[in-house]
Design a protein around this ligand. Structure first.
Ligand code: F6P
Length: 325
C-alpha cells in the first residue's frame, strides 16, 4: 500500500466545541510526521468546489480555545450523489491528497464510508457532535462543553423558577438521542428528563404527573429532549401540562448549546483523537472512527459507529428519580 504523504482535513455537519482543537492536533501531528496537510473548507461542499488550502503549524495557532470550526462546516446534499462524489474525488487527485480525516457525526461518517469504498481512499473519522450519539465511543467532541453550557443556563432558570415557585420545561438538543437531556438533568438537579430512548416503554409525562411532581417543592425543572419521540418537544409537553392544570414556562435552549469555548475535557479529547487519527492513517487503517472507551483510544468501523444504537445508561434515570424526591 502507498505511504500517505498528504492529509486532507474537514469538518462537516453541525459544528461542535473542540473541532478546532482537533484540527490543530491533526495539522501538527501530520507536520511532525513530515506529511503535508490541507484544510478543506465547508465540509464535503468544499471538497466538491475545491476550497482547499495548505495548512502550516501557524495556521492553527490560537484556535484550541475557540468554539465553532475555523474551516467552516456544512450539510451537503450533493455529496449524497455519485456525481458530487466524483467531483470531490477529482479535487483530491488535483490536490494530491491521499488520506482524509473527517470530523463530524453520523451523517459525516455515512458519506465518508461510501466515498472511501467507491474510490479506495483511506478515511478516518473523529467524532464531533454535541449529541454524543455515536456508537463505540464514550464521548464525542463538544458533548461535555454543551453539557456545561446547559447547566449554566439552567442554573439561571432555577433562580427565576424558585422566586416564582414555577414549573419550567427546558428543551435541549440531541436530535434523537437523550444524552444531553438525561445528564443535563442530573447535573442541574432537575426533577425529570423526558428522553426518546424510553418513550415506548412508558408515558414519562403521565408518570410524572401521577407521582405528583412539584407538590412538595417550590419549583420544578423538567428536561425534554428535542426529539419528536420525546413527548413532541417542550411545547407539546407544556400543552399537556396546561390541560392538567399546571402553569408551566418553556425555555428552548437551541443553538446556544453548540457555541462557546471548549471545556478542558473536550480540548484534551480533541488533542488525543487528532494524534490518533493521523497515526491510524499511517498504520493503514481506513473507514474507522477514533473512539474513546474507558479512557483508551479505540478504532470503531464506520459501519458500527453509525448503525449500532448507543444505549443510554438506564441506571442514570434511577439516579435522577432518586435524587429528585
Ligand atoms: O447534531 C447536532 C445538532 O445540534 C442536533 O442536536 C440538532 O438536532 C441539529 O444538530 C440541528 O441542526 P441544524 O443546526 O442544522 O439545524
Amino acid at each position: 500500500m502507498k505511504q500517505i504523504q498528504c492529509i486532507g482535513v474537514l469538518t462537516s455537519g453541525g459544528d461542535a466545541p473542540g473541532m478546532n482543537a482537533a484540527i490543530r492536533s491533526v495539522t501538527r501531528t501530520a507536520i511532525f510526521n513530515r506529511l503535508k496537510v490541507k484544510a478543506i473548507f465547508k465540509g464535503y461542499k468544499g471538497l466538491i468546489t475545491g476550497e482547499i488550502i495548505p495548512f502550516e503549524t501557524q495556521s492553527v495557532s490560537n484556535i484550541i480555545q475557540q468554539g465553532g470550526t475555523i474551516i467552516k462546516t456544512a450539510r451537503c446534499p450533493e455529496f449524497h450523489t455519485p456525481e458530487g462524489r466524483k467531483k470531490a474525488y477529482d479535487n483530491l487527485l488535483k490536490e494530491e491528497i491521499d488520506g482524509l480525516i473527517v470530523i463530524g457525526g453520523d451523517g459525516t461518517f455515512t458519506g465518508a464510508r461510501i466515498f472511501s469504498q467507491e474510490y479506495n481512499i483511506p478515511v478516518i473519522g473523529i467524532p464531533g457532535t454535541i449529541d454524543n450519539d455515536l456508537y463505540g465511543t464514550d464521548y464525542t467532541l463538544g458533548y461535555d462543553t454543551a453539557l456545561n453550557t446547559i447547566i449554566q443556563a439552567v442554573d439561571k432558570i432555577r433562580d427565576t423558577a424558585t422566586s416564582h415557585e414555577r414549573l419550567f420545561i427546558v428543551e435541549v438538543m440531541g436530535r434523537d438521542a437523550g444524552f444531553l437531556a438525561l445528564n443535563g438533568a442530573i447535573a442541574s438537579g432537575a426533577e425529570a428528563a423526558i428522553i426518546p430512548e424510553i418513550i415506548t416503554e412508558t408515558d414519562q409525562l403521565e408518570e410524572l404527573i401521577h407521582n405528583g411532581f412539584r407538590k412538595t417543592k417550590n419549583s420544578s425543572i423538567v428536561f425534554v429532549s428535542e426529539s419528536n419521540l420525546a413527548g413532541g418537544g417542550a411545547m407539546a409537553v407544556a400543552e399537556r401540562l396546561k390541560e392538567k392544570g399546571y402553569d408551566p414556562r418553556v425555555t428552548i435552549l437551541g443553538h446556544v448549546q453548540r457555541g462557546g469555548s471548549p471545556s478542558a475535557l473536550d480540548r484534551i479529547l480533541a488533542s488525543r483523537m487528532g494524534v490518533a487519527a493521523v497515526d491510524a492513517l499511517l498504520d493503514d487503517a481506513r473507514s474507522v472512527m477514533i473512539g474513546i472507551v474507558d479512557n483508551e483510544i479505540v478504532y470503531v468501523p464506520f459501519s458500527k459507529a453509525i448503525k449500532d444504537e448507543k444505549p443510554v445508561n438506564k441506571y442514570l434515570l434511577d439516579v435522577l428519580k432518586l435524587l429528585s424526591i
